[in-house]
Design a protein around this ligand. Structure first.
Ligand code: FAD
Length: 413
């Protein structure tokens, strides 16, 4: 990659946005855990770039800097492919020196767009921690980048239309009857062992969230990328609230692609995301067929993106989960591309080679197969080992059976 040193600087995304009269596409990828996974993703990034012409592509940064090298390699690759890269950078749970190194590497390679984030703890590490002698929140990182580098970097920040999960609290009995109209729109519910738990970011906590978002914006952020949501009214309210709080910048909706039943409910449960009842019911109807879920994911995503664009969203930013099908289905549905989905079907053998080999692509919620038969990944560890709930076995009293398997001993279906 030495050839990129001293490379031409990328345009800033905020400047590119101002030259686009109509909504456009952007894509987010995460760094795979194995070199084979990275190789597969590189081919996919190039193909998706050619097929969808995104204005920018994001690569996430593993909590605590766990993927720093791979993230950097992938953003350099995106630049080589002729697209603008938007590199995520977290600042807690890691040595502040790593933040400084990442920024100076970006500067050397002409990568000029950063998503400035606080980050969470790595899997299995419990709560997030401020880095010693360094950063305690994304605001610190935005201030640091502006202080050290002036306006050399374009900066985007995370926004949470339903409130950050830390600001979302469980509703006690009877409280649901006394919610404000805005709170009602942010209520989420999840079910475990038949017990339904309802949560909400209360208005007073939401106010603190917005005040803090304003601080990040004032410190020099160019635009906001939102956490996933599935109710476009929530996004509309959030955009209106940003205006009310003086946050006057583009707000990019993060579109989580619906690819898989288990993964969808695990992720929305973890992030305390509101899942409207009709969406939940449509998912349940299709729970036994991943193909049907993906088909529905494309239809639902199309309708959602149409509404967002009509509400004035500058672009649709896909959380691709490193997969193509649903993104293509949505873009075809929007009429922004033609017959990409069928082109992918024709390339099916190629698409299959992109799928899981070993654990490279398996994520929490994915269905996998192993010597114990089919199962669902419950937890992935930093070394690639996984806790898998075995589908066909039960113990007495209907207890689940779990297997702890090393990387390479299970395979995504
Ligand atoms: C678009 C997007 C991309 C992401 N990409 C990644 C990624 O690549 N890697 C990764 O590990 N994680 C990523 N995350 C997850 C993110 O790191 C977590 O959600 C994390 O818990 C918070 O990060 P933040 O940047 O929003 O934090 P912050 O902006 O610092 O805020 C976190 C919470 O703390 C509160 N808070 C913080 N400081 C203050 C203060 N001084 N006063 C009052 N309230 C305060 C905020 O209101 C908010 O509730 C992403 C999230 C989003 C929405």
């Amino acid at each position: 990659m030495a050839e990129l040193i001293g490379a031409k600087k990328d345009d800033k995304i905020i400047d590119l946005m101002s030259t686009r009269p109509t909504a456009f596409t952007s894509l987010e990828f995460y760094p795979p855990r194995t070199s084979e996974g990275v190789q597969n993703l590189r081919s996919r990034i190039l193909r998706m770039k050619e097929n969808t012409q995104p204005v920018f592509m994001d690569v996430t940064w593993g909590a605590g800097g766990s993927t720093s090298d791979t993230t950097m390699d992938l953003v350099k690759y995106i630049k080589e492919c002729g697209c603008v890269a938007n590199m995520h950078l977290t600042c807690t749970n890691m040595d502040p020196g790593l933040v400084k190194k990442a920024l100076s590497d970006c500067r050397r390679y002409g990568i000029c767009n950063i998503v400035a984030l606080r980050g969470d703890a790595q899997e299995g590490e419990g709560e997030w921690k401020a880095s010693e002698g360094g950063f305690s929140c994304a605001l610190d990182l935005v201030k640091f980048i502006r202080a050290e580098y002036g306006d050399e970097f374009g900066i985007s920040i995370a926004g949470y239309p339903e409130g950050h999960p830390n600001a979302i609290t469980v509703l006690k009995d009877g409280e649901e009857d006394n919610l404000s109209e805005k709170e009602k729109l942010r209520v989420s519910s999840s079910e475990k062992d038949g017990v339904v738990t309802k949560c909400v970011c209360r208005d007073e906590d939401y106010k603190k969230e917005m005040e803090y978002l304003k601080l990040k914006y004032d410190a020099g952020a160019d635009f906001i990328i939102t956490q996933m949501f599935f109710d476009t009214d929530v996004f509309k309210n959030f955009c209106d609230d940003c205006k009310e709080y003086g946050i006057d910048c583009p707000i990019v909706p993060g579109i989580m692609c619906i690819n898989n039943f288990g993964g969808f409910f695990r992720m929305t449960g973890f992030c305390k995301t509101r899942v409207p009842e009709d969406l939940k019911q449509e998912m349940i109807k299709r729970k036994d067929s991943e193909a049907e879920i993906k088909k529905f994911g494309a239809e639902f995503g199309t309708a959602m993106c149409m509404r967002l664009v009509s509400q004035g969203a500058p672009c649709v930013h896909f959380y691709t989960l490193n997969l193509e099908k649903v993104v293509y289905g949505i873009l075809d549905g929007l009429g922004w591309t033609k017959e990409l989905s069928s082109k992918l079907e024709a390339l099916d053998s190629d698409a299959n080679t992109m799928q899981a080999k070993g654990s490279a692509w398996a994520r929490v919620g994915d269905e996998v197969t192993s010597m114990f038969g089919k199962g669902i990944v419950e937890e992935l560890r930093p070394d690639g080992a996984a806790k898998i709930k075995i589908s066909n076995w039960k113990l007495a009293n209907d207890q689940d059976v779990f297997a702890f398997l090393k990387q390479g001993t299970f395979k995504k279906i």
